[in-house]
Design a protein around this ligand. Structure first.
Ligand SMILES: NC(=O)c1ccc[n+]([C@@H]2O[C@H](COP(=O)([O-])OP(=O)(O)OC[C@H]3O[C@@H](n4cnc5c(N)ncnc54)[C@H](OP(=O)(O)O)[C@@H]3O)[C@@H](O)[C@H]2O)c1
Length: 204
């Protein structure tokens, strides 16, 4: 797999997990935060094998940017940082639960019209990125976004977690991916099946 310079924006549990998995796959990972001087965050990034810097510097260091902050914070973050996202692969892993749209793809398109936006890493709990194995099988990860050269970058990052990428279509199909968030919560939490729950698409 090609080495990718990737920025993970957000130092929460999903940001930490994805950063660590990307590092393990050989990518060069910079975590971006509002608080790059905080010792606990520096240590957290070091444990993942990543470096830590400001959101702006992390974006500048990377060819691919994974957003892993609170979904509701995207309304402020994307207008603020959109100009720096031009021409990059931008992956929206955030869920704005309760908002009219769970994803922030429209904001990314508005403020970074030349970015190559993908919807991925949002439909499973973090445990399933840390360990994608279910008995004999590896799980799948549904995503949307454009075909073409940047698709290989998005798929490379998904494969770095051990999950198989399944492209649902262009970003007009992102709601299908987002509906799997509701399914995941209904099964994992509502039905008590537990957070180590993945999805598998079967074909014959
Ligand atoms: N937890 C999961 O299993 C999971 C799975 C898939 C997707 N997601 C989605 O991923 C996102 C993060 O989830 P999480 O569980 O990792 O949350 P979390 O632990 O609460 O972390 C959220 C991070 O967002 C950053 N943040 C908050 N407001 C911000 C702002 N205005 N500007 C910049 N950064 C801001 C904070 O980073 P700093 O304080 O370092 O700046 C914080 O560390 C959410 O949208 C969630 O829906 C979560």
């Amino acid at each position: 797999m090609d080495t990718i310079r990737v920025a993970v924006i957000g130092t929460g549990i999903i940001g930490q997990t994805l950063a660590a998995r990307f590092v393990q796959a050989g990518h060069i990972v910079t975590m971006g935060t509002r608080n790059p001087q905080r010792d606990d965050l520096v240590e957290l990034a070091r444990r993942a094998g990543a470096s830590l810097t400001s959101i702006e510097d992390a974006i500048h260091s990377a060819e691919a940017v994974v957003w892993a902050i609170n979904g509701s914070a995207m309304a402020d973050a994307i207008p603020a940082y959109g100009q720096h996202l031009a021409d990059k692969v931008v992956i929206d892993a955030t869920n704005n639960i309760g908002a009219p749209s769970m994803n922030s793809l429209a904001l990314i398109t508005e403020y970074a019209p030349t970015a190559h936006a993908y919807r991925a890493f949002n439909s499973l709990g973090w445990e399933n990125f840390a360990n994608p194995r279910y008995g004999e099988l590896n799980g799948d990860l549904l995503y949307t976004g454009p075909t073409g050269p940047t698709q290989a970058v998005a798929e490379n990052l998904i494969e770095s977690t051990g999950l198989r990428p399944i492209r649902v279509g262009d970003n007009d199909k992102a709601k299908i991916v987002d509906d799997f968030v509701a399914l995941w919560f209904s099964l994992a939490i509502g039905q008590g099946m537990g957070r180590e729950l993945g999805f598998k698409i079967l074909t014959r």
